[in-house]
Write a protein that binds this ligand. Structure first.
Ligand code: SF4
Ligand code: SF4
Length: 252
């Protein structure tokens, strides 16, 4: 394959990879490009695939002997908004969940299925019930715990020094613009409530998996379920990314 200039060899010839993606897309197909992480600059590669017009990036994030390279998944997530499939060492729902929190929309499994023929069914059942209970099965981590851009939906009002500033700056926001964008989204939604929370509104509140009796008390009072709260946070994350001055695939 390599001698024929195919497979991984294409990663060393990015202009050719880009030209092939463009040519294949002209046929009208939905195109998924499978790549191996840590071979070339992953951010550059993700952006090239995105700009060439592919629909899906499927990342083999192998980490020789150490399972999935979760940082590699995160690098792809913060370089493109394309649909992302995370691959490597998916053996159970727990490993899949780790990959989801780094931004994968889907996971793929290979060896895990050989070891457990029920794996796909188990993953489908677990992802489905997790989605039903949490409302955002691939919700990101908080930005201060290495969350991707989508984690800005869980960020506080930017009034203290913390990683949020660096994160929104990469998207071209000033602190004031970032705050205004979140408040604009909240207007007319249930996220406007929460006077007693840390920053006066649920729009600044944490991920539902972070225990907080104040937020949960507000959710109870306004009769907003955990899943509905998280669905609004997901919409908020998209809104913040949609309104960025610098698109994700050009952020730096
Ligand atoms: S704003 Fe809050 S949630 Fe976001 S990075 Fe800072 S401390 Fe963490
Ligand atoms: S009230 Fe709770 S959930 Fe909201 S920002 Fe404060 S700690 Fe986070």
């Amino acid at each position: 394959m390599l001698e024929a200039g195919l497979g991984e060899a294409l990663l060393r010839d990015l202009p050719r990879l880009s030209a092939w993606i463009r040519a294949i897309k002209e046929t009208g197909v939905v195109l998924s490009v499978k790549v191996r992480a840590n071979v070339v600059d992953d951010v550059e590669l993700a952006r090239l695939i995105d700009k060439a017009g592919a629909d899906i990036i499927h990342v083999d994030a192998g980490n020789e002997g150490f399972g999935t390279d979760l940082d590699a998944i995160l690098n792809y997530r913060d370089a493109t908004r394309l649909f992302l499939i995370g691959n490597n060492s998916v053996k159970d729902f727990e490993t899949a969940k780790e990959i989801f929190t780094r931004g994968a929309d889907m996971v793929s499994a290979a060896r895990g299925v050989l070891e457990n023929s029920e794996l796909i069914q188990e993953l489908v059942e677990n992802v489905t019930s997790y989605q039903q209970s949490i409302g955002w099965y691939n919700a990101p981590k908080h930005v201060c715990s290495d969350g991707d851009f989508r984690g800005l939906a869980f960020c506080c009002l930017p009034v203290k020094p913390c990683p949020v500033h660096e994160k929104f700056r990469k998207l071209g926001y000033t602190a004031e613009e970032f705050a205004r964008t979140k408040l604009d989204f909240a207007k007319g939604t249930m996220l406007e409530y929460g006077e007693d929370t840390c920053f006066g509104s649920l729009v600044w509140c944490c991920k539902i998996t972070k225990p907080c009796w104040i937020r949960d008390g507000v959710l109870n009072t306004i009769e907003l379920s955990d899943a509905e709260y998280m669905k609004l946070k997901k919409q908020l994350a998209n809104y913040v990314l949609d309104h960025a001055r610098i698109p994700v695939n050009e952020s730096h």
